[in-house]
Design a protein around this ligand. Structure first.
Ligand code: GDP
Ligand code: MG
Length: 443
């Protein structure tokens, strides 16, 4: 898909840039705008989307801890999902469907696709040929019905579609009844009358409008028009396989009163999918499982209490909690950094289990006051000796822990004060493969 390729190119420009820079974000948004407008997404929607992305990308304090690509991909993903509408969940019980749409939009083909869809979910299906404009349309549907194993009903030579629908309703026993209607070159009064007449006898549970992706953002306007004739329950966007305007069609429908229900991705009955905006956008961005990743992040952050810690002051206790959380995440370092809590240097995280246990017993030997206010311990031999005795560690161990905490504290303050500092740090870390000996680091 054209749109996806361009979006991925825009995002890939950020690879290797570890730091968020206002100009980078602005450039990316320019690219995004170009991509979306060229795929026929409405200019107003694009501007609203860019504004949101820019705000979110530049605003958040925790941005400091993320790589630009990860962070912006996540934001672009979330905002695009919002732009592209909600995920559809079709009913899977006995019901009646009316299909409508203009000539050539893919109505008859979509009837067969829906039939195939429900058949594979164990429901019996009846297709009803009520396109009385073109006899060939009825033959086309009859053949498709045979192909997908659906029953087929019509009255040959009958000119009133509502009569065909009424007759089919009487005779059919199938669980899902799908009525194909005639189209027009354009939406007009006759079409409205015809659709209303069919709807009156059929009393459809679902009324799907079929539009072709290549009409782009006109799809939204069309949905609004048809909605006045017979209330739409969803829009089926066909020919997503061959159009560069899919983004326009989808976003315009999503921003109208209608929602996208299914998408057609080819000519065969099986080329059909329930519309899932997350999956769709994930594919566009080249991160097909991004939804799963987001879930994982949420779970991990809940489990490890990172969400809470992040906003808290750094204390001996919270430092230790972060250290444990970071350690637990291990190779999921990237995910951790997406949470904005990657301020703990690699070397600290790599401490052995033994050391962590020591830390824990030391902390347990501290008073409440000491845990909150580490400065009480600084160069205070009697307190240090008390903690060493209480925890069964050496005084050297205690001093080492305190010095690590102090460095962490200094770094945090620096990060907060100076964004550029982070840049220098990251350069240093990537150049040296980690910070060699925290003790030697000048902070
Ligand atoms: P109708 O006039 O609305 O009933 O449209 P048809 O169902 O007859 O489809 C018109 C043409 O579009 C046919 O040649 C179909 O094979 C083709 N078509 C329908 N849906 C799709 C789709 O999702 N992808 C592609 N590539 N072609 C489609
Ligand atoms: Mg047709």
């Amino acid at each position: 898909m054209d749109l996806g390729k361009k979006l991925r190119e825009a995002l890939s420009k950020l690879t290797g840039k570890p730091y968020v820079d206002e100009n980078d974000v602005k450039a990316l948004i320019k690219d995004l705008q170009r991509v979306l407008i060229s795929s026929d997404v409405n200019v107003k929607l694009v501007l609203a989307l860019s504004k949101k992305i820019e705000e979110r990308a530049l605003k958040a304090e925790k941005l400091q801890a993320l790589t630009l690509k990860e962070h912006v991909t996540k934001i672009v993903y979330e905002e695009l999902v919002a732009l592209m509408g909600t995920t559809y969940s079709p009913r899977l019980d006995k019901h009646k469907i009316l299909m409508c749409g203009l000539y050539g939009s893919g109505k008859t083909t979509s009837c067969a696709k829906l039939a195939h869809f429900y058949k594979t979910r164990g429901l019996s299906v009846a297709l009803v040929g009520a396109d009385t404009d073109r006899p060939a349309a009825q033959e086309q549907l009859e053949q498709l019905a045979k192909q997908v194993g659906a029953a087929y009903y019509t009255i040959k030579g009958e000119k009133v579609p509502a009569k065909i629908a009424a007759d089919a309703l009487k005779r059919s026993k199938e669980e899902v009844v799908i009525v194909d209607s005639a189209g027009r070159n354009a939406f007009d009064g006759h079409l409205v009358e015809e659709l209303r007449a069919i709807a009156e006898v059929l009393k459809p549970d679902e009324n799907y409008l079929v539009v072709s992706a290549d009409i782009g953002q006109i799809a939204g306007k069309q949905a609004a028009e048809f909605n006045t004739a017979v209330p739409l329950s969803g829009v089926i966007v066909t020919k997503m396989d061959g159009s560069g305007k899919g983004g326009g069609a989808l976003s315009s429908v999503a921003s109208s009163d209608s929602k996208i229900s299914f998408i057609g991705t080819g000519e065969k009955p099986s080329d059909f999918e329930i519309y899932n905006s997350e999956k769709f956008v994930g594919r566009l961005l080249g991160v097909p499982d991004i939804g799963a990743l987001m879930e994982k992040i949420k779970e991990i952050s809940k489990e490890s209490g990172i969400e809470k810690i992040e906003t808290e002051e750094l204390t001996i206790e919270s430092f230790y909690e972060q250290l444990k959380a970071a350690k637990k995440l291990g190779p999921l370092g990237n995910v951790f950094s997406m949470l904005g809590a990657a301020d703990i240097p690699k070397e600290m995280v790599q401490q052995s289990e033994d050391k962590l246990k020591k830390f824990e017993s030391m902390i347990n030997s501290m008073t409440k006051q000491e845990k909150k206010q580490a400065s009480l311990l600084k160069n205070n031999a009697s307190r240090i000796s008390r903690i060493a005795k209480g925890s069964g560690c050496s005084e050297k161990d205690v001093r080492e822990f305190l010095s690590q905490f102090e460095k962490m504290e200094k770094m945090m303050t620096m990060f907060k004060r100076d964004r550029g500092f982070r840049k220098k740090m990251e350069k240093m870390m990537s150049g040296m493969g980690g910070i060699p000996g925290m003790g030697k680091m000048k902070t």
